[in-house]
Design a protein around this ligand. Structure first.
Ligand SMILES: [Zn+2]
Length: 113
């Protein structure tokens, strides 16, 4: 294995799309949407996760995050096996991309400043 910073992959048990798996506590984990790390202020507080180099993820809840913080989101929000999410257009777009309804996902087209 050696020293590297890659995250172990895990397929979503519902849709089988490969996600980034992070520990959240003893024996617990969360699947985070891969390759998407939006500015935290563009994502509803309840959906924000912060990851650490030790492969642990923290749900930040309503915590105030420093300006310029980037976050991750749980795959379950945008899993195509779940209902289309409410909330910001970027989450809807990612859900549509995961569902195969959208050929490309370009978050910059949806992230409000
Ligand atoms: Zn899924």
């Amino acid at each position: 294995m050696g020293a590297n910073n890659t995250t172990p992959d895990a397929a979503c048990p519902e849709c089988t799309l490969v996600q980034d798996r992070y520990e959240t506590g003893p024996g617990q984990h969360v699947l985070l949407e891969p390759r998407y790390e939006p500015p935290a202020h563009t994502i509803p507080a309840s959906h924000r996760w912060i990851t650490n180099p030790d492969r642990k993820a923290t749900h930040t809840g309503d915590a105030e995050l420093p300006a310029g913080t980037f976050c991750r989101i749980s795959h379950s929000i945008v899993c195509p096996c779940n209902e289309e999410p409410s909330g910001p257009p970027v989450l809807k777009a990612l859900w549509r991309y995961n569902s195969g309804l959208l050929a490309h996902f370009d978050p910059r087209a949806f992230e409000a400043g």
